[in-house]
Write a protein that binds this ligand. Sequence first.
Ligand SMILES: [Zn+2]
Length: 142
Amino acid sequence: MSHDPFFTARRCQRCGGSLDGGRTMSMFNSHVICMACKEKERQRPDYRDAVEAEMKAVRNGDRNFKGIGLKGGEMSEKKTQSGIHVKLIGQDGNIFNLIGIVLRALRRNGRSDLCEPFKQAVTSSHSYQEALAKIMEFIIVE
Ligand SMILES: [Zn+2]
């Protein structure tokens, strides 16, 4: 009996979610993942590299290829840059004022999902400079 987790895993090894909707192997490491996580992998810019590395390994007879690994940590939803342009230059630079402006811009552009992470990132900053840097991770300052 093999202990291949592919058949025994009960939960997605990445997000901990249910595998009822289907399971597959990660292209990046040896995780058994759910289809939602698979979709996220597919959208990664390095997905092609992962697939190519996998195919090369198989061609070379490596049946236990571990994948190229997930660079930049565990698929952290680091896609925080919304690409939304927000006019902050010339505004009252009070950080709470700026937060308010950005929150409104995010909502207006249908990115309410970023509001909480944004607030958390900025309000956990230890300096005004850090807070500004965090703001720039979410929006493009104009
Ligand atoms: Zn998952």
